[in-house]
Ligand binder design. Structure first.
Ligand code: HEM
Length: 134
């Protein structure tokens, strides 16, 4: 059996393991198609065009999972909770956000391990963004 010399196997990031930029772009694009037709979420997005918001979320998620750091180069430290304070993220908004994310994650057809890892993070992150009492 051939031995693999030490140091030749690099640890793969989650970003790479799930298919890199194309996968995250697909996820976020699908998510925003849902947002576009959502009566609660759509009015929360200040810009008429959802394209720039789609770009920010895609870049953020790519960076979070070990991809390029373009998000922070453009936007600085994420401080996401603070960036959401202008918006009323209540239980209903949280649920709607996760509903569209769930559909978008399903559509990626990831391996069960990666799917679980991504989903657990999104559920946790969405809960941490809620900024109303109920
Ligand atoms: C829980 C329900 C959520 C609602 C209703 C919500 C809504 C919004 C809205 C209205 C914006 C402004 C659009 C923009 O300027 O980009 C925004 C921005 C953003 N959201 Fe959320 N969001 C939620 C959860 C999350 C979660 C869980 C994440 C991360 C995993 C996230 C990541 C972002 C990012 C990265 C931006 C752009 C920040 C910036 O650079 O300005 N959001 N969100």
């Amino acid at each position: 059996m051939n031995e693999i010399p030490r140091g030749t196997i690099e640890q793969q990031t989650f970003f790479e393991a799930v298919g890199g930029e194309a996968t995250f772009r697909r996820l976020v694009h699908h998510f925003y198609l849902g947002v576009e037709s959502d009566p609660l979420l759509r009015p929360m997005y200040p810009e008429g065009d959802l394209g720039p918001a789609e770009e920010r979320l895609a870049l953020f998620l790519m960076q979070y999972w070990g991809g390029p750091r373009t998000y922070s180069e453009n936007r600085g430290h994420p401080r996401l909770r603070m960036r959401h304070t202008p918006f009323q993220v209540d239980r209903a908004a949280h649920d709607a956000w996760l509903t569209h994310m769930r559909a978008a994650v399903d559509e990626l057809d990831l391996s069960p391990v990666h799917e679980r890892q991504l989903w657990d993070y999104l559920v946790y992150a969405a809960a941490s963004m809620v900024n109303t009492a109920e």
